[in-house]
Ligand binder design. Structure first.
Ligand code: C5P
Length: 218
């Protein structure tokens, strides 16, 4: 494939989304928020009253996902789900359905379709290991659970959503554990990934670091 890809993988609330969006913006590349596809599948499953453990039924929902990204908003079956997608409930549901191999398979082609000129920045858990193994640059973001919980807590508070930091931390640790211990596409750094510890860097510094790595490779 000629279209260049930068992957950004890492645990929940490590800042992948923000980093990927800023790098994509700086380079004029397309952006794939792969978590949004799993989250949307989770919402659709809840909507349809499908049993989240019924692999065949959930994969069918994923395969028929009517999802559009438009002007920074996200539409599922014609409804604006931008805010609903970010809820902890959607995240937890995403983590459950994403452990099902048939669901990952159903969303695979959709993710590959985001690879269009002039380039793509893709964030998730398995972007560098499974979906874009030939990516030119693979970044693996880390940050301590305490810091990630605090960051998520501040985000929620700033949106006027009440939140309990202890509960948040427990939730994100449960999600990390499920994401990294599943048998298909577990969360782990690709062998050729460059690690970035987001706890000690500001977002600007992280963006600069990634853009620096990118220019060294071009
Ligand atoms: O990144 P985000 O928190 O939006 O992802 C929600 C959930 O979707 C993750 O906890 C993970 O279980 C799943 N996911 C995944 N593979 C990806 C992206 C997200 O399994 N590439």
């Amino acid at each position: 494939e000629d279209v260049p890809v930068i992957t950004v993988d890492g645990p929940t609330a490590s800042g992948k989304g923000t980093l990927a969006a800023e790098v994509a913006q700086a380079l004029g590349y397309h952006l794939l928020d792969s978590g949004a596809l799993y989250r949307a599948t989770g919402l659709a499953v809840m909507d349809d009253g499908v049993d989240p453990a019924d692999e065949t039924a959930v994969a069918r929902v994923a395969g028929l996902l009517d999802l559009r990204f438009d002007g920074g908003r996200c539409w599922l079956r014609g409804q604006d789900v931008t805010d609903a997608l970010r809820s902890e409930q959607a995240g937890m549901m995403a983590s459950r359905v994403s452990a099902l191999p048939a669901v990952r398979e159903a969303l695979h082609g959709l993710q590959l379709a985001f690879r269009r000129a002039p380039g793509l920045v893709a964030d998730g858990r398995d972007m560098g290991t499974v979906v874009f193994p030939d990516a030119e640059l693979k970044v693996y973001l880390t940050a301590s659970a305490a810091q990630r919980a605090e960051r998520r807590h501040k985000q929620l508070i700033s949106k006027g959503i009440s939140s309990n930091i202890q509960a948040l931390r427990a939730d994100l640790e449960a999600r990390d554990l499920r994401d990294s211990s599943r048998t298909v596409a577990p969360l782990k750094p690709a062998e050729d990934a460059l690690q970035l510890d987001n706890s000690v860097l500001t977002i600007d510094e992280s963006v600069k670091r990634v853009l620096g790595w990118w220019s060294e490779r071009r």
